[in-house]
Design a protein around this ligand. Structure first.
Ligand code: ATP
Length: 721
């Protein structure tokens, strides 16, 4: 596990009288130093700076005389704990205070108004064209609406209300043709309100022309430089990216300047509590846009500091999104360019991104970051997108973003992350690499049954083994013993590896099927009549034990009414049996007892193909082996030999689509060999790991229904030669 260094930063590295910034996560908190109680640092404007270009005018020297003693901490500390920025909300979102009987409101109001936040609030209102100075806290004012200008008559149709504490304002234009309404706070998280704000902005505002001077931006102070240094961002990088600061009342915020062709078009602020806000009515663009002009490879990150971190690792061709990440990927279709308000910056920067052939999405590793990557990929075209894998921090966590990697692992590690970016996944398009885990498991046989499970008959070990997730078609002429053989196979698998099964055997009565299974399991006849050949029948105790075994080992899929079950119905129930009872195998016996209604324009061949696809998907998805019994069509010139898999009634797809094809055949000619001899013809094995085509012989015990390995009779040996 990596030990993260304790981050503790002095506001002024040269000053012993400074307060301390404690770094927790990536936030920092201002706190009083014990040596200088009630003091903190104010920094001067940059007006005296001699730098010539706007990009160079952002730093003052690290000079202690720039540090001015400031108001006592208790006056400003509550501001640091509030959110910064402003937002628009529906009118109803803000409560209007009601008078409390017996309270002297005048004196109370004076106490409640926070002049700092009132000033910031009025500034916000000013920026969107509302004359906030005309409204006193706790009062309503009628103003000319900046959106509709009060129509032809210029009526004062805008009702503005400022809350008593001066922290929030709300307004509504009562002209029906306008109806503009909204609200803003002096300090609020702007993130949650962009969509609303964009709409409002669209109605009434064109983008503002802004300059460093008009925004009151000034060079970064020493403590912010030190803060960035702590985050491994150098002065040179900050200078090149024109990172500045802004003071509002007692607050100092980092100002990330958004530029196009070196012209200031927007500004985003970040305060010490990691709250963000932006200049209203400015064009939304990528941060660092000029750095991707004509770039064929682009890196997109989720925050301005990550963009700066990328530069420290040697990547200038990087931009940051301006609005952070969405909580999740939208489940709606992509909106049109005009309606895509949340991602307007992408459309505004289309000329820059359209030239790129490779776009590396280096968004945060958390779910919102991944949702952002997906939203960007949807819009930019997944085919040219790549994504990064953030390195591991410890056994349970990974680093979250570029700045974390830079801070804790260094620029080389961050470079490596970008160099090892991988293609952004496209649904349905894969690489073997995506399956390496599965391939390794297969090689090491760590999942079990990779080589197939033995049928329990040694003569079949080289020919047919049972693999989860495969489809075996079993055929044979009527009465050849197909169902008997499958039942015997299930009993073997249950006994040897504990598999459980779902049985959809339409031809069997439940009690008869139970009898056949019990006889194989207990190895005694169910009755002591005819076929029992005077062998003692199973006892009551054995029956009871057998009944428990039946219920533990099998699920029955049966249509209780007279209808024929459809394949969908069978598979739906089998799915439940897998989930509820953990069954490993499904028997569908036989095909012709299913309901095969199909649309009039579909041939039986097409129908069978679709049905088998469904069965195979079920088998693969649930790791469940399916045995599907199908009869051969009527054989006109049959001379007693085993049928061919292509003889299966319905479609050649049975042999084409199955993984394994088996024909069960039994000898009915005493001259050809013992009458109980059963021929198991393995006619198709797709997976050579589990077997090959060939034949094996079993002898059938009519008393117990068991099958045993049998030696190949001489007559047959001779015939083979
Ligand atoms: N090798 C065999 N020798 C003698 N009888 C057998 C042999 N195999 C199966 N039988 C008997 O044949 C009958 C039919 O068996 P089973 O139902 O398994 O055949 P099937 O091929 O599934 O028939 P169908 O085609 O009618 O579905 C059963 O009574 C069974 O005991």
């Amino acid at each position: 596990m990596l030990l993260l260094p304790q981050r503790k930063l002095f506001l002024s590295p040269n000053s012993s009288s400074s307060r301390i910034i404690f770094m927790g996560s990536k936030n920092f908190l201002l706190s009083k130093s014990s040596t200088t109680p009630h003091e903190h640092i104010r920094l001067p404007h940059c007006c005296s700076c001699s730098c010539s270009s706007s990009r160079n005018q952002f730093f003052h020297s690290n000079n202690r005389k720039n540090l001015i003693r400031f108001a006592p901490l208790k006056h400003f500390s509550p501001l640091y704990q509030r959110a910064s920025g402003y937002s628009y909300r529906p009118h109803a979102a803000l409560p209007i205070p009601r008078p409390i009987p017996g309270v002297n409101f005048e004196s109370l109001e004076r106490q409640l108004v926070d002049q700092n936040q009132l000033m910031i609030l009025r500034q916000k209102l000013q920026e969107i064209g509302i004359d906030g100075d005309a409204c006193m806290p706790g009062q309503y004012s009628g103003l000319i609406c900046p959106s509709c200008k009060g129509g032809n008559s210029g009526e004062k149709s805008l009702s503005l209300y400022i809350t008593e504490d001066g922290g929030a304002a709300m307004w509504t234009c009562f002209r029906a043709k306008c109806g503009w309404k909204g609200s803003t706070r002096a300090f609020a998280d702007v993130k949650s309100t962009f969509a609303r704000m964009s709409k409002i902005t669209k109605i009434k505002q064109s983008t503002r022309v802004i300059t460093e001077e008009s925004l009151g931006l000034e060079p970064l102070c020493n403590e912010l430089l030190a803060y960035f240094a702590e985050r491994m961002i150098s002065g040179e990088t900050l200078r090149r990216n024109a990172v500045m600061q802004k003071r509002t009342g007692d607050q100092i915020a980092i100002a990330f300047t958004y530029r196009r062709n070196d012209e200031l078009v927007g500004c985003k602020y970040r305060d010490i509590t990691k709250k963000f806000w932006q200049e209203a009515n400015t064009e939304k663009i990528f941060y660092g846009l000029d750095d991707i002009n004509d770039a064929s490879d682009i890196i997109i990150v989720e925050g301005e500091i990550d963009k700066l971190a990328m530069e420290e690792a040697g990547f200038k061709n990087c931009v940051s999104v301006p609005d952070g990440a969405p909580p999740k990927v939208s489940d709606k279709a992509l909106p049109s360019e005009e309606e895509d308000t949340k991602y307007q910056y992408l459309w505004n920067c289309k000329d820059y991104t359209s030239k790129a052939s490779r776009i590396i999405l280096a968004t945060d590793g958390d779910p919102p970051g991944q949702a952002l990557a997906e939203e960007l990929a949807r819009r930019l075209g997944r085919e040219r997108c790549w994504r990064v894998k953030w390195p591991r921090k410890n056994d349970t966590e990974s680093f979250k973003d570029a700045n974390e990697v830079l801070m804790y692992m260094g620029p080389d590690a961050l470079r490596e992350v970008i160099e090892n970016a991988e293609l952004y996944p496209i649904r349905g398009l894969f690489n073997f690499k995506d399956y390496f885990g599965e391939i390794d498991d297969y090689y090491h046989q760590s999942l079990g049954f990779e080589l197939g499970v033995s049928t329990g008959w040694s003569c079949l070990n080289e020919l047919y083994n049972v693999v989860p997730g495969e489809l075996t078609i079993v055929t044979g002429v009527p009465n050849s013993g197909k169902s008997e053989w499958i039942d015997a196979l299930l009993c073997n698998l249950n006994r040897n590896v504990g598999w459980k099964f779902a049985l959809c055997s339409m031809e069997n009565k439940v009690r008869e099927h139970a009898r056949k299974l019990l006889e194989k399991h207990i190895k005694k006849p169910f009755f002591d009549v005819r076929y029992g050949e005077s062998v003692e029948r199973m006892s009551i105790e054995e029956l009871e034990q057998g009944k428990k075994w039946l219920s533990d080992s099998f699920s029955l899929i049966r249509c209780e009414d007279d209808c024929l079950p459809s394949i969908n119905w069978v598979l739906d129930l089998a799915r439940i049996a897998v989930l509820r009872h953990g069954v490993n195998g499904l028997v569908i016996d036989p095909y012709n007892e299913l309901d095969h209604q199909r649309p009039p324009n579909q041939t039986e061949t097409e129908y069978v193909s679709q049905m088998l696809t469904k069965i195979k998907r079920f088998a693969q998805h649930h790791g469940c082996h399916v045995w599907f019994v199908a009869h051969p069509r009527q054989l006109h010139n049959w001379i007693g030999g085993p049928p061919n898999l292509y003889d299966i009634s319905g479609s050649a797809h049975f042999i084409n689509k199955c993984d394994n094809g088996i024909v069960i055949h039994r000898n009915r000619d005493p001259d050809a060999g013992p009458i109980d001899l059963v021929q198991v013809c393995i006619r198709k094995v797709r997976n050579k790991v589990i077997g090959t085509i060939g034949e094996a012989y079993l002898s059938y015990n009519r008393v117990t229904g068991e099958y045993m390995d049998a030696s190949v009779p001489d007559q047959i040996k001779k015939r083979r030669i």
